[in-house]
Design a protein around this ligand. Structure first.
Ligand code: AP5
Length: 214
């Protein structure tokens, strides 16, 4: 069982790679972005509170996301956890370390998905996901089939995120560089950091991550 963090800016390909690891290694994906969007879709009080923050591209409070992750870690994962989009601040990273230690788990690797900022606008503005199963698509690099059906589950529910526009992306990138990128140094100093090239084709990124995980 291995526990890993996928670390990278918006559009680096964290969700795409996490889904692959779930399918091939039976790991459990913990995406705080997905959890927050689910809370919004359910109409919960917390979901309503964070909706505008997410749409603007800002980070929600550490308290909220640490609470979400605490609940999920308590449920356990036989194949290990993939932390996708968490931690995003030094406070979240410290809290994750404490939560793992409390449950007798350890972090095996933090994988930086290194990308060029210039590629991110095209990735984010071209993204869609399947409302049925969450499969991630892209207008140019991974388009929907001509019949409009998801190749994974057959659903025709094409979803686009409210924060996937150039304005929100600028804020999301600024949040990443101010609050999340210091985690690269944090995990390097701990000896956990590995880096893969996130700019190559999806299958090549899969292979590079596979190599890191062994
Ligand atoms: P979140 O949902 O985590 O979004 P994000 O970090 O901005 O990351 P994305 O989902 O946009 O990108 P990704 O790296 O998963 O890329 P993907 O695989 O989809 O967070 C959303 C918001 O929630 C935050 O802004 C914040 O408000 C809040 N939030 C979440 N977690 C939080 C936390 N811990 N603390 C505070 N606030 C939090 O790929 C993107 C596109 O590129 C797809 O179309 C894909 O097909 C394509 N693609 C992927 N890989 C490749 C490749 N190698 N080559 C070509 N195309 C590719």
């Amino acid at each position: 069982m291995i526990n890993i963090i996928l670390l990278g800016p918006p559009g680096a390909g964290k969700g795409t790679q996490a889904r692959h690891l779930v399918e091939t290694r039976g790991m459990v994906q913990l995406s705080t972005g997905d959890m927050l969007r689910e809370a919004q879709a359910n109409g919960s009080e917390m979901g309503k509170k964070v909706a505008a923050v997410i749409e603007r591209g800002e980070l929600v409070t550490d308290e909220i996301v640490i609470g979400l992750i605490r609940e999920k870690i308590a449920e356990g994962a036989k194949g290990g956890f993939i932390f996708d989009g968490f931690p995003r601040t030094l406070g979240q990273a410290d809290a994750l370390g404490d939560l793992l230690a409390e449950t007798g788990l350890k972090l095996d690797a933090v994988i930086e998905m290194a990308v060029d900022d210039a590629a991110l606008v095209a990735r984010i503005t071209g993204r869609s996901t399947c409302g049925g199963c969450g499969e991630v698509y892209h207008d140019q690099t991974k388009p929907w089939a001509a019949d409009g059906k998801c190749t994974n589950c057959g659903s025709t529910d094409i979803k686009r995120r409210a924060d996937d526009n150039e304005d929100s992306l600028k804020t999301r990138l600024m949040e990443y560089y101010k609050k999340t990128s210091p985690l690269l140094g944090y995990y390097y100093a701990k000896g956990d950091l590995k880096s893969v090239d996130g700019l190559v084709a999806i299958d090549e990124v899969k292979a590079a991550i596979g190599k890191v995980l062994g």
